[in-house]
Design a protein around this ligand. Structure first.
Ligand code: PMP
Ligand code: GLU
Length: 395
């Protein structure tokens, strides 16, 4: 029989982050000593107080389907969290809990986008925004930024990129991959432009909110003129070291939340009931209980900046949050290293994989073709060894 897949899946790019992680795993299994700095995944265990809540939920016989949009008491806890951390008032009817923030984002693109719509992606941006926009039938336009502007876009750039077809814009702060944090002032400037275009929706992906090294977080939905048009996305994967538990959530205008619930009801239903019970504890306990992980990430960031700063040609900014370094490596383009011609960031990332046994992700996947992403969610010893190997290849 002819293997005939849909156009939808054939035109969909695979997730570059997951693909690189799979490649690193494959090489490791084949016996290669690979240091994988490709995946954005905390290397901590989930904190004990959260694990205990999950064990309790199992013993309390939480084993049935939950409401599609999440348990009522979890949605209450999420509303309290949004008020406490983000100064946003949401009612439980505006909350939808999903199988990771990835599903939250997929729901949004599926319920808001139509063929012909355009999505704006300030670049660099997380890989799945572009892929999910395409799955929604839309096209996307990148609004470029560079290391010189700390990877931030300006209000003027935003205004210039808007067309009559623009439906949605994605913001992500702290940013994956650049670590950039947009301040209240930055968002107010961008909001002034958006106020002139009332038909554009805003997705604010705040999943790295707690992994922030001192810049006050600000949520664009806290600006009253943006509130009715913004979907605030968050989740437990990063800040709470709970990637595999698969809890994401949104706060949104009620009509959008309802549509997301309808979409999810046909695709996955409510997410894992044990993880939801644990999420209540994670979100209700003081944020200070997870600060030890943030402090450790910050130490590693500082160490990585120092070590990588010793390599000529590697241009760095200071990431203010998340757990990635996103160096500009264009100084190496056009050179031949270890017999390999380096024409772009993908060649550079492959050079590091093949010659240094260090897995990173090419910036091309994030709309930033001069950079590579290095995750520092790994032990200090692994990070030191990785940079040593990179140095040996490049210097
Ligand atoms: N948004 C960003 C910016 C991310 O880096 C990730 C990484 N997984 C996600 C969303 C999805 O998170 P989750 O694991 O909750 O699906
Ligand atoms: N978000 C993480 C990353 O960017 C996990 C991988 C993924 O979900 O794409 O590496």
């Amino acid at each position: 029989m002819k293997q005939q897949l849909s156009d939808r899946i054939t035109s969909l790019p695979a997730s570059a982050t997951l693909a690189m992680a799979a490649k690193a795993r494959e090489l490791k299994t084949a016996g290669k000593d690979i240091i994988s700095l490709s995946l954005g995944e905390p290397d901590f265990n989930t904190p004990d107080y959260i694990k205990e809540a999950a064990i309790q939920a199992i013993n309390d016989n939480y084993n049935s389907y939950s409401p599609v949009d999440g348990y009522a008491d979890l949605k209450e806890a999420i509303c309290a969290k949004f008020k406490r951390d983000n100064n946003i008032d949401y009612k439980p009817s505006q909350i939808v809990v999903s199988t990771g923030a990835k599903q939250s984002l997929a729901n949004i693109t599926q319920v808001l986008l139509n063929p012909g719509d355009e999505v704006l992606l300030p670049s660099p941006y997380w890989v799945s925004y572009s892929a999910q926009s395409i799955l929604g039938g839309a096209t996307y336009t990148e609004i470029p930024s560079t290391i010189e502007t700390d990877f931030k876009i300006t209000p003027a750039q935003l205004e210039e990129a808007i067309t009559p077809k623009t439906k949605l814009i994605f913001f992500n702060s702290p940013n994956n991959p650049s670590g950039t944090v947009y301040t209240e002032e930055d968002y107010r400037g961008l909001a002034e432009v958006l106020e002139k275009y009332p038909d554009i929706y805003i997705v604010s992906d705040e999943i790295y909110e707690h992994i922030n090294y001192g810049t006050p977080n600000f949520s664009i939905a806290a600006i009253p003129s943006m509130y009715d048009r913004t979907i605030t996305v968050n989740g437990l994967a990063k800040g709470f070291a709970m990637t595999g538990w698969r809890i994401g959530f949104i706060g949104a205008p009620e009509w959008i939340a309802k549509a997301c619930t309808k979409m999810q009801g046909q695709i996955t239903s409510g997410t894992n009931c044990i993880a939801q019970r644990a999420a209540i504890t994670a979100l209700s306990e003081p944020v200070s209980r997870i600060q030890y992980m943030v402090d450790e990430f910050q130490k590693r960031r500082d160490m990585m900046l120092e070590l990588l700063g010793e390599i000529e040609g590697v241009k760095l900014n200071v990431p203010k949050g998340a757990f990635y370094i996103f160096p500009d490596v264009s100084a190496f383009f056009g050179k031949t290293i270890k017999g390999k011609e380096i024409q772009n960031a993908t060649d550079f990332s492959m050079l590091l994989l093949e010659e240094a046994n260090v897995a990173t992700v090419t910036g091309e996947a994030f709309g930033a073709p001069t950079c590579i992403r290095i995750s520092y969610a790994a032990s200090e010893a692994q990070l030191r060894e990785a940079v040593k190997r990179i140095k040996e290849v490049l210097v």
